[in-house]
Every structure is written in C-alpha cells, then in structure tokens.
Design a protein around this ligand. Structure first.
Ligand code: G3P
Length: 218
C-alpha cells in the first residue's frame, strides 16, 4: 500500500519524506487555502515546490466544474511537473474530463467519491486514482471502510486498473483498516501517519534495554 500525505504544508511534507515512507501528496482547494496560498500564480508555484520535495505523485485539484474548464485547467496543471496528477471531482463533466485526460496520457485522481456506482464510473472513464472519502462517510454515521471493501471487491472482479486511494483519513486506525480493506493507497495528514509509530510496550521495552545496557557498562 502506498502512503500519500494529505496536506499542502511544506514542512509536513518534508517531515514525511524524511521518514522515507512517502510515495506522494494529495492537496485540495481547502488545504491550499489553509496554508494561505491564493491567486493563480501562487497556487502553481506552490505545486511546483511540492513536486520538487517529493519523489512521487502530487494531486493538484481543478476548480472548474464544466468540461472545457476542467480540461483547460488540468492541462495547465499537468505541465507544471511530470509527477502532477490532475484531481477531478466526481461530477458529470468530471467523468467526461477523466476520459479526455486518459485519452491524452494525463493521469488523474477522481475525488469526492462516496458510492460504489461512482467508483465504477470513474474506473470506466480511466481514472488513475479513485478517492473515496472515508472520514466524511463516518461523519454521517455510515461506514466509510465498508465502501473501501465494496470498491476493492468490484475492482478485483472487473479487473479495473484504477487504484483505490483511501482519503479523508482521520486516524491511524483508519490507515490500518484501509490496508485490511484493499486500499492501494492511503492519503492522510502527518499526525495519523506518525501515530502508527506508537505503542507503549515499545517505549517500555526500549527504556529497559537502555537501562540494562547502562548498568552493564557502568
Ligand atoms: O483527501 C481528501 C481530504 O483532504 C478530505 O479530508 O478530513 O477534510 O474530510 P477531510
């Protein structure tokens, strides 16, 4: 399973990259706004900076919601760096654009996916990645992880090549459950990724090893 970080924060991206486990980055307009990035050129410059930090795919989201606009924006984004993946919303014109990008060799991430039907459409249209939003489904007391399992089953039966990118991950447990449920990729903020490190028995065990070593070498 690949690990992407879900942020536009350069120091978080650097920290995850330094850990040696980072395969890519996902962003969205909310995450860009959170970093105070606004204006067309500033957004593009920020994507270029992210692409330089990471040896892996970087999802850059379009703002347009009509076919022509999505295509025009996506083509500009794709030219910023070879590792840009154009993030396209799961709407009618988005599906059309996914097919257009596929036919023109531009890789895509279909975002805002909440149902197996949407997942089938995106795969049919040739999306490179599919982003089901686990946390937002849990937020309304449905089961985000069961959507990942359903999509994984459908994609396996149908032989679809689109990669399932579990998104809207809120906890380390979400990451572990995504791995069990058949996600090809997870994207998460830094905190749930680093949370995977933690176990009290590791801390207790390490403290004991170090104390014993100190005693033996006193
Ligand atoms: O990758 C999508 C993600 O950024 C959405 O996460 O926590 O806003 O639902 P969240």
């Amino acid at each position: 399973m690949k690990f992407f970080i879900d942020t536009a924060n350069l120091s978080d991206i650097q920290e995850a990259a330094d850990l040696g486990i980072l395969d890519g980055v996902t962003t969205n307009p909310s995450l860009m706004a959170k970093e105070g990035i606004s204006g067309d050129q500033a957004v593009k410059d920020h994507y270029v900076k992210i692409c330089e930090l990471v040896d892996g795919d970087v999802s850059a989201e379009v703002i347009s919601t009509d076919f022509e606009g999505i295509v025009q924006e996506g083509e500009v984004l794709a030219q910023l760096a070879p590792n840009i993946v154009v993030k396209v919303p799961m709407i009618r014109d988005g599906v059309k654009a996914l097919r257009h990008f596929y036919d023109h060799g531009i890789r895509t991430n279909c975002t805002l996916v909440f149902s197996p039907g949407q997942a089938i459409l995106a795969a049919k249209a040739g999306a490179t990645y599919l982003s089901p939003f686990i946390g937002r489904i849990d937020d309304i007391t449905w089961d985000g992880m069961s959507l990942i399992r359903e999509i994984a089953e459908i994609y396996a039966i149908q032989g679809y090549e689109t990669e399932i990118l579990a998104a809207s991950i809120r906890s380390s447990k979400h990451i572990v459950e995504s791995a069990k449920s058949g996600a090809d990729v997870i994207t998460a903020p830094l905190k749930p990724i680093l949370g995977l490190l933690n176990h009290p028995l590791t801390d207790i065990g390490l403290a004991k090893f170090l104390a014993d070593h100190k005693k033996a070498n006193a």
